[in-house]
Design a protein around this ligand. Sequence first.
Ligand SMILES: *Cc1c(COP(=O)(O)O)cnc(C)c1O
Length: 450
Amino acid sequence: MATKYLLSEEQLPNVWYNLMADLPTPPPAPLHPATLQPAGPDDLAPLFPMGLIMQEVSTERFIEIPEEVRDIYRLWRPTPLLRAARWEKALGTPAKIFYKYEGVSPAGSHKPNTAVAQAWYNKQEGVTRLTTETGAGQWGSALALACQLLGMQCLVYMVKVSYFQKPYRRSMIRVWGAEVIPSPSDTTTAGRAILAADPDSPGSLGIAISEAVEVAAQRDDTHYSLGSVLNHVLLHQTVIGQEALLQMEQADAYPDYVVGCVGGGSNFAGISFPFLGENLTKGKKTRIIAVEPAACPTMTRGVYAFDYGDTAKLTPLLKMETLGHDFIPPGIHAGGLRYHGMAPLVSHAHQLGLIDAQAVLQTEAFSAGVSFARSEGIIPAPESSHAIAMVRQLAEECKQSGEAKTILFNLSGHGHFDMAAYDQYLDGKLEDYAYPEEKIREAMKNLPVV
Ligand SMILES: *Cc1c(COP(=O)(O)O)cnc(C)c1O
């Protein structure tokens, strides 16, 4: 039995898969933040290049990956798919567990898959600088890398608490030649307003997005880039699932379950949408599960409504599962899973009953991550460990029932910059936190009325 399923560089997919082509109904279009009317391509043009806006609304099933983007992908793609045989044995489960490992990218996660594509489409239209926000730094570092490889400038607003507490991703951003500013900052109107109200604000993704969007809207040579949530971002990540389809075939297996963690939904969509496409067009019956933290329960406890993507209400309104745009997340360690909203496409698929969602507590995630590391070697990102916790539950169910189900999950990144959190877990100091119901109700009062 093989451990590793590898593809040659020639087998790197030449198309992304667009779920929009196969959905029974389309998701609702975004609304303009001022007029609350459907936002057309022109409304998005100050922030995004037309190439990406067209992908945002495309209903073509397959979209070609530009040759230069594939060239850069080849620095780390195709990524390996592995059979977690040692972990299966440790768990004593008859389940067959496979994982796709995205931690082999230079930034250590799946995020460069879209960063490179976004930078490339911007460059084609003469944009020379990108702005963005970053939480713990995974997205900021991925975009810095992409801009560096394509000869563009990059400005990153990094959530202040992470800027000071997690300095090494900030260092990576600088090594790859980008500028990084702690948010909220005094460089934007949005940042100054937050600081006036609370000089000690730790910042949030919503605030940092407001700052990055404001800067991009002001200058013609500058666009904004978002690391998750939007349709084009999810599209770029489907290279993961496109490869996994080929690799599962190599392994002579097909998943009964596909599992991914969700922050904004991009790595989950990346691994699962191609398999969801097989469900929709070829009658396959794979159960697809999105896993979120109990501390940021967007899909399991949020509402499906139009909401802003940021705190200052500058972005278009998206119909999504949301905890409210002024959600300030508790300080859990899976920094990448703390966004208030869920990708409209993932939310829509969930509402249609095409995918499931589950929440797990962070100690459960760390416990599963450690268990996985002790068998498979790789130390997972705390975000990915949420998916691993779900896989362990499924493996446990198989043990009870004696069924040898096939499970595929996305190992979205490694945890090498999260070792302080692992220490806390191992020292028994990590606490669980479920987001309180009254805070959810409170935030819902501020949802826009459309
Ligand atoms: C950012 C990140 C996530 C969460 O983002 P999605 O858009 O939901 O994929 C998950 N895992 C890792 C390793 C990340 O860096």
